[in-house]
Each structure stands twice: as structure tokens, then as C-alpha cells.
Design a protein around this ligand. Structure first.
Ligand code: ATP
Ligand code: MG
Length: 568
């Protein structure tokens, strides 16, 4: 590719609303352009990178025995009604009507359509196992699209779906996909980890997420320092403390805290640590309000709370008006002592072993000190409610947890029969009996990977692509070609030579001055830069610089070519 014939559109400044580095750099490099909230055009440069990711993903899916197909992005409501997800998927599902008033959605994922395909196509166990995949545009009406293509509304996902006769077969298909994902992210040159995950709206039993490790990641991940335990914090269990609750030593006492509403303020005022406080959250239960109690220094894990049988599958704070009506006190002074008896009090495992704690007094401007469970406050149930923190014991009993941040780029699930049962997708087994298919599903965020790779690989000058994702492997820069035909000739010869050797090379013949040209090429992150100049030709050398190098080197052609054969 000659860059004079390509469309490069770099800028020095990033728009002010681009919060994270990858978003800024993708805009500055001219890889993406925003059309509407969460909806982007991929420029020719961006598309080259996207294609690299897609190619690696396709190669590894094919190698793992998955078969590519292509399913519609517009899907009929009836199918989504069969699984109940027309309602359950919630506002993320973009619903559309056609001219006959028939209802459709834009696919956020494709379990319904692939299971419909399977129930029509698969008749016998002899056709199993089978794994169908596609690389396809998805739409999710995200509540807060942000960070460019990282959390977009329209994005490209590779989605795969396995079908097996038995649960053991499904587990094997899952294992194969897990291995394929490991190969994909390794080949792409990313630092990543697979972690145990919550199954969310997709459902099913076992599931793991693949995360690219980056400080800007939206997800917190918990790792053991001793074992290979790794889990999304959403999912990580907080073990019950090994210690028992001490016996009460203090009397219950009401103290005035006229303006102290937060744990921080209360602790500063009473000169105690947050670990000696109970914070009480009042949420909407299935029948009326529910109190959730945690230690003051711990945070509620909303995913765990949503699974409590007392809650309707989500954890939503109650309206202040309801709280005032039922408890007679505003948030900020709530506590478990003296709550109305019909409000269940669910206490986190760590909070349940506290004695002589401080908590809200259920009256504006007051707290209790010296409060104790059972003696002063009811416990309806003890549950694991909190997010794990660094220093917690690992749930597998081995070592201590540390917390790192990650970007979810892939997710694998064992679904079992959740969709196949709802859609009556069955095959005949070897005894001629109808059996419901066992499914797995496996997603990779193709567009998100591009942004995640940049989060992990950049410097002050711009993007530093892992080689397999770079738009080109090498660029040849011409210095002052107009005045010197020999520069042109030497560059053209090297350009042909490198491309003939399968090294994707572009020629920067835009006629820019060296400073501006180099800045552009560093911004777009091309791994190898070769400068052809009059001086170099006279010396029989090229000036070479790797994108991660701090200085350039003068190399003769043989040494230059050796860099590519060695692959460094
Ligand atoms: P998240 O928790 O980030 O919202 P998810 O768990 O809802 O993602 P999945 O249903 O597991 O996503 O989808 C498979 C993959 O698709 C994810 O691992 C992620 O890489 C990608 N993906 C999901 N939502 C988006 C989005 N809004 N923008 C870009 N990529 C996305
Ligand atoms: Mg997910």
C-alpha cells in the first residue's frame, strides 16, 4: 500500500470527551469515527486492524472444528417469546417494527436463532457434536455507551454455539473452546487471564470470562497469590471469617450524630474504624422492603444480592419515600436495631461476627454504639453479600486474594438445556429416543479487542501494536524523494522485496517532512520503520527503528531482512 493512495487522517488533539487512552488514540489515529452515540464507522485504517483480529479468530475457530455460518441481525419477536427473553432481556434489546407492524429485535446475541436452526437441521446424534459460529454485528442499547468501541451499542462479536447429546459432551466442547480462546489471545500478543464468571442474562451453569489485563478495565478480578484461583469480583465468594462472634461487652447506647450521615463522617466523629460499623441498605424485596447489612468498610456485591431468594432477581435501593413511610427515618441513619419485624434482615458473613458495633439509630440525627446481634438486632439470615477485597482468603482455601483490573474480551458458557428445552431442540439418540440438545455458547468481542489491545500497548507517541494486530508490519519512509530518484528506486525495490517475502509493508510516499511523517507512523503504531535517504544509500544502509526501540540503527539489507526472519 502506498500511503499517498490510502486514507490516513491523523490528528494531534483528541476530542475532550474521549476519557481513556484507547479511545483517544483510536480517534487521533483516525481508526474510528462516531456516527451516533455508541455507533462508529471503522475507517480503512481501523478496518485493517479489525480484519487481523477476525482472521486470527476465524483460523482458531476453524482449527478447533467449529463451522462458520451467518445468521440474521434482525430477528422475529416470536422466537424471542419462546424463550421469554423478549421481556427478560430488558431495555438493552432494540425492538423494531416493520410496515406490517410485525415486531423484530436487532440481535444482541443469537442463542434463539441458532437453536431454531439446530432444531430444524439436526435430527440424529450422529450429527453431533457440532459447533456453529459467526462473526456478526450485534446491537445492545447500552445504558451508558462509552470509551468508544470498548462499550459501544453496535459492535462486532464472534459468537459460537455448540450442540452435544450429553452433558459430558458439552463439557468437552467447552474445554475445546476454552483452549481455542487461549490460543487466540496468545496469538494476538495480549496479556490475558481466564476467570470464573457470573452467567448474567445469558444463563447456564459454568462460565468463564477472558480478560485483557489493564488498569483502565471496567471489571475487578480476584486472583489467589498461591493457587490458580481467578474469578471476576462479581462472582468471587467471600468466605465466612474463621473467628466466632465475641460476646457483647458494651451496653447499647444512642448517641447524637446530628449531621453525620456517611460511614466516613460517623467514624471520624466517633473516632472508630469503619470495620467496627454496620451499614444498612434498604432494598426492594419480593414482598416489601429488605435490609442488607454489611461491615462499614465493605461494599455490596449487587450480583450476589440479586440472587437472594428475598429479592426479585435484581437489587434496587428502595425509594426514600417508602423507607421514611415504613421505618420513619431517612437513609444515613438506618440500622438493624429496632427495624419493623416484617423487614427481613440479611447480614453479610463478615458483618455477622461483629460485636459492640456502631449502626444507624433509625431516627434522624442518631446512631447506636455498643450494638450486638441477637441481643439488640435480629438476624433473619446470614449470607455472602459483599465484594471480596485484597487480602481476603482465597475461596479455594489456598492463599490470599489480590485484585487486578481487566477488560472482558471473551466469555464461554455451559448452557445445558436452557434454550434447547424452551425451543424443543432435540435429536434421536442411538436407542431412537428424543433427547434435548446440550448447548454451550462462546463470545468474543472483536471490536472491543482492538481497543483493549491499545489500552495494554501504547506510549506517549501513540499505539504500539502487538505485531499480529498491526495494520502493516513495516513502513518504508522516503526522505526527500523528489530531489533524488535513487531514494525512490531503492525504496521501491525494498518495498517489493518485503512484500514478496510476505511482510506486509506500506510505503510512506506522502511527501511529508520527516518529523510529521514519523509522528504519524508512531501514532498509528507500525512495528517496523525503515528510512530510505540519500545518505543511507551512499553508505549502503537503511535506517531501521522498531516501534519499541529508543534509537534507530543503520543496517545493510541482509541485516534488515534478518530482523523479519527472526521475528523481533
Ligand atoms: P459486559 O459485561 O462487558 O457488558 P457481557 O457480559 O454483557 O459484556 P457477553 O454477552 O458475554 O457480554 O458478550 C460476549 C462478548 O462481547 C463480551 O465478552 C465482550 O467482549 C463483547 N461485548 C459485549 N458487550 C459489548 C459492548 N457493548 N461493546 C463492545 N463489545 C461488547
Ligand atoms: Mg460476559
Amino acid at each position: 500500500m502506498r500511503l499517498s493512495k490510502f486514507h490516513l487522517a491523523t490528528t494531534r488533539e483528541a476530542p475532550a470527551d474521549a476519557e481513556i487512552v484507547s479511545h483517544q488514540l483510536m480517534l487521533r489515529a483516525g481508526m474510528i469515527r462516531k456516527l451516533a452515540s455508541g455507533i462508529y464507522t471503522w475507517s480503512p485504517l481501523g478496518l485493517r486492524v479489525l480484519r487481523k483480529v477476525e482472521t486470527v479468530v476465524r483460523e482458531e475457530m476453524d482449527r478447533a472444528g467449529a463451522i462458520e455460518l451467518s445468521m440474521p441481525t434482525i430477528q422475529p419477536r416470536e422466537l424471542w417469546d419462546e424463550t421469554g427473553r423478549w421481556q427478560k432481556f430488558g431495555p438493552q434489546l432494540l425492538k423494531i417494527r416493520d410496515r406490517k407492524e410485525a415486531e423484530y429485535c436487532y440481535a444482541p446475541t443469537a442463542e434463539e436463532v441458532v437453536t431454531d436452526f439446530a432444531r430444524n437441521e439436526l435430527r440424529s446424534y450422529k450429527q453431533l457434536p457440532v459447533n456453529f459460529y459467526q462473526v456478526q454485528t450485534k446491537f445492545r442499547d447500552e445504558i451508558r455507551p462509552r470509551f468508544g468501541v470498548m462499550r459501544a451499542r453496535e459492535f462486532i462479536m464472534k459468537d459460537a454455539y455448540s450442540f452435544d447429546l450429553t452433558a459430558e459432551g458439552m463439557a468437552e466442547s467447552y474445554r475445546i473452546m476454552h483452549a481455542a480462546y487461549t490460543r487466540i489471545f496468545t496469538r494476538l500478543g495480549l496479556k490475558f487471564r481466564a476467570v470464573q464468571a457470573d452467567t448474567g442474562a445469558i444463563g447456564g451453569s459454568a462460565s468463564q470470562e477472558f480478560h485483557v489485563l489493564a488498569d483502565s478495565g471496567e471489571d475487578a478480578l480476584a486472583f489467589s497469590d498461591t493457587s490458580d484461583y481467578a474469578a471476576n469480583v462479581e462472582r468471587a465468594e467471600a468466605l465466612a471469617p474463621a473467628t466466632l462472634r465475641p460476646a457483647p461487652a458494651q451496653d447499647l447506647k444512642r448517641v447524637a450524630t446530628p449531621t453525620q450521615k456517611t460511614i466516613e463522617d460517623v467514624c471520624a466523629f466517633l473516632k472508630i474504624s469503619p470495620a467496627q460499623c454496620i451499614k444498612t441498605l434498604i432494598v426492594r424485596g419480593n414482598e416489601g422492603l429488605v435490609a442488607l447489612c454489611l461491615r462499614g468498610d465493605h461494599e455490596l456485591n449487587e450480583i450476589k444480592a440479586a440472587k437472594l431468594p428475598e429479592l426479585p432477581g435484581e437489587s434496587l435501593l428502595a425509594d426514600e419515600a417508602d423507607i421514611v413511610k415504613r421505618i420513619g427515618c431517612v437513609p444515613g441513619f438506618l440500622g438493624p436495631v429496632g427495624l419493623p419485624v416484617d423487614i427481613p434482615v440479611i447480614v453479610d458473613r463478615s458483618a455477622a461476627v461483629l460485636a459492640d458495633f456502631v449502626c444507624g439509630g433509625n431516627a434522624e440525627g442518631s446512631h447506636y454504639t455498643g450494638a450486638n446481634w441477637e441481643r439488640d438486632a435480629r438476624i433473619t439470615r446470614i449470607a455472602d453479600l459483599r465484594k471480596v477485597v485484597a487480602g481476603d482468603p482465597s475461596p479455594d482455601g489456598k492463599g490470599t486474594l489480590g485484585i487486578a483490573r481487566g477488560i472482558e474480551v471473551g466469555h464461554v458458557f455451559q448452557l445445558g438445556t436452557k434454550y434447547s428445552e424452551a425451543l424443543h431442540a432435540t435429536v434421536l439418540d442411538d436407542a431412537g429416543q428424543n433427547r434435548v440438545l446440550q448447548m454451550g455458547c462462546y463470545g468474543i468481542g472483536i471490536t472491543r479487542i482492538v481497543a483493549a489491545a491499545i489500552e495494554q500497548n501504547h506510549d506517549e507517541a501513540g499505539i504500539v501494536w502487538p505485531e499480529p494486530m498491526a495494520p502493516w508490519q513495516a513502513v518504508i519512509c522516503l526522505i526527500n524523494p523528489k530531489n533524488n530518484p535513487a531514494v525512490n528506486e531503492a525504496a521501491e525495490a525494498l518495498y517489493s522485496e518485503l512484500n514478496a517475502r510476505g511482510i506486509e509493508t506500506c510505503l510512506d510516499d506522502r511527501g511529508l517532512r520527516p518529523g510529521a511523517m514519523f509522528a504519524d507512523l508512531e501514532l498509528i503504531g507500525i512495528p517496523h520503520r525503515i528510512v530510505v535517504s540519500e545518505r543511507g544509500i551512499a553508505a549502503g544502509t537503511f535506517e531501521y527503528r522498531g516501534r519499541r526501540d529508543s534509537e534507530s540503527r543503520n543496517l545493510d539489507q541482509a541485516s534488515l531482512l534478518a530482523i523479519f526472519t527472526r521475528g523481533d
